[in-house]
Design a protein. Sequence first.
Lengths: 290, 166
Amino acid sequence: MAIRKTSTSNILNTVHRDASAGSTKIADIPDTPTIGTATAGAESATITYTVANTGGIGTTFTALSNPGSITGTGSSPITVSGLTAATAYTFTVKSGNTTGDSPYSSASNSITALAGGAFESIATVTVGSGGTSTITFSSIPATYKHLQIRALARTDRAGNYSSNMNLQFNTDTANNYADHDINGNGSTAQAESGTTKNNIAMNRITGASSGSDIFGVVVADILDYTNTNKYKTVRWFGGFDNNSTQGEIYFGSGLWQSTSAVSTITLQSVSGAVNFTQYSSFALYGIKGA
Amino acid sequence: MAAGSTYTPIATTTLSGVTSYTFSSISGSYTDLILIGNLIQSSSAANSYIQVGNGSVDTGSNYSQTILYGNGSSTVSTRQSGQTAWYADYAAAPGTGSDYNTAIWQIQNYSNSNVYKSILMRVGKATNGTDAMVGLWRSVSAINTIKLFSSNNLTGTLTLYGIAAA
């Protein structure tokens, strides 16, 4: 059943003029959606609903938890995040438009929110059309046990199929880093190392001589990054294949000779002398410990 | 700040002597996909392979790969381009009996329509050695289909995860 608002303020806010008739109308308030099924997720739930085919057109849909009155919005299924694990919830759904909101639906089935996972997204950087020489993750929360960087990256390094990926911590540019890796380029397998360096050189990604659609990949783990009794250790796996004449695959480990907790991570290529190109993306994740 | 838990299970299957398995209609709502396998096969000496695509898998010569592997006494790197599939393993192909291999395949930015798609693979089997591979699928199409196949029957488990970035 449609419910029509009649207050002056709502009319002033929502009226539109019917030019042919010269009359003023307000949109009907949507009728209540029909609740569907609630499904438990990790400290979250998804709730399905069916839009009412009577009443005004709904432009927003909101799911409300009980207990907690935590809301989520969107189209079906709506995700409600921020629930407490091992707690039972039901959900109701309402629809709204510029005139007003429908009443909430009847309650959904009861679900018990699951425990959250140990792997959380912290931040992402995607490079725009101008490119950038430096990616920085700063103010990294100290609430995890380990960190993981996942990157898909390419540089504009002229005349080169590939370009290295440099890593620094806490803006330390002194010679406090070391690295070792084993790598293969499709014909030769070899081991390499460097000590007393001003960065950790992880695997190589693509440069300007590789196609503009071709990016290198890096997955790097920074272990026990807040422990102030240890130097910090990194391990990585990555490489690139350009389907032409070049491909390189790497396993490596690196050391930062500092007991400081890692709070800032800087990524560059050729020590910042070249740019990461558009669509390069860098994501930082936190891994919880028990 | 943290956007919440991720590394979300999408699908798990148990293979019981099949030559292929396909994950289809994969949601595009994640950033990366990770497929973990623990497999044996019905007879020895057959590699398994991976194809990807949108709607159906691409069987064209659009795959390339660079591989590094070691067998306990030597380390070798090899490379193939213009292939019709990626190796899902190399030296560490699934064994027979209880000789399972363990594999992790990662496809990054799998739904980004501006880049060719890259895969990272790590496979190990105690009786043969360890493989690492980086591969390229020469297409900007979003991936929503992944097929694992072999000329032998495969038995074991496959689990597909999605990782969403903030």
